[in-house]
Design a protein around this ligand. Structure first.
Ligand SMILES: [Zn+2]
Length: 174
């Protein structure tokens, strides 16, 4: 290979992650959350036994529950939705809405408690999000939600626990 060709190739390889990062930020995400929570250093496998097998596969093996399967779809009381693993509050009930998708959906998360990253699992690029504390996979965020933010935070019910307003929040788990 000629040196010039090689250098051009190297430049493209170097530029690709940068280009795809900006593409993700601009076109898909448009939604980037800054975290304010200190990340636990607990390895994912250590959550086994603390949560159900089904919750583990969603939270730490990036699985998606079948649509319409979560009892949280029908939860309309005031309260908080917390991470099913570490119990960090992630969503407030006032921002839950009926998206018609079969998954619990919200127009916005609790600021700083969610971490976003591009997801290349399907052909179309999506933005997935995690609990900022334990790193548990919660769902994907889309830009087809209601105004004013226009966001749809599409969450697996298995990855959340609902705490009704009148109940005390459980302490964070480590
Ligand atoms: Zn968590």
């Amino acid at each position: 290979m000629k040196r010039r060709t090689f250098l051009q190739g190297a430049a493209v390889v170097t530029a690709l992650p940068v280009i795809s990062f900006y593409w993700a930020q601009k076109n898909v995400a448009g939604v980037v959350e800054q975290t304010t929570v200190e990340r636990l250093s607990k390895p994912h496998h250590a959550w086994q036994g603390q949560i159900s097998k089904e919750a583990f596969s969603v939270l730490f093996e990036e699985q998606t529950e079948p649509p319409g399967s979560s009892p949280l779809n029908h939860e309309h009381r005031d309260g908080l939705y917390i991470c099913a693993a570490c119990y960090l509050p992630l969503f407030e009930s006032q921002y839950k809405y009926e998206s018609g998708t079969g998954w619990p959906s919200f127009t916005q998360p609790i600021a700083g408690h969610i971490d976003t990253k591009p997801d290349y699992q399907l052909i179309i690029l999506r933005t997935e999000y995690h609990c900022a504390r334990c790193g548990g996979h919660q769902g994907h965020v889309f830009k087809d939600g209601p105004k004013p933010r226009g966001e749809r935070w599409c969450n697996n019910g298995l990855a959340l626990k609902f705490i009704v307003h009148s109940d005390e929040l459980p302490p964070l788990r480590s």
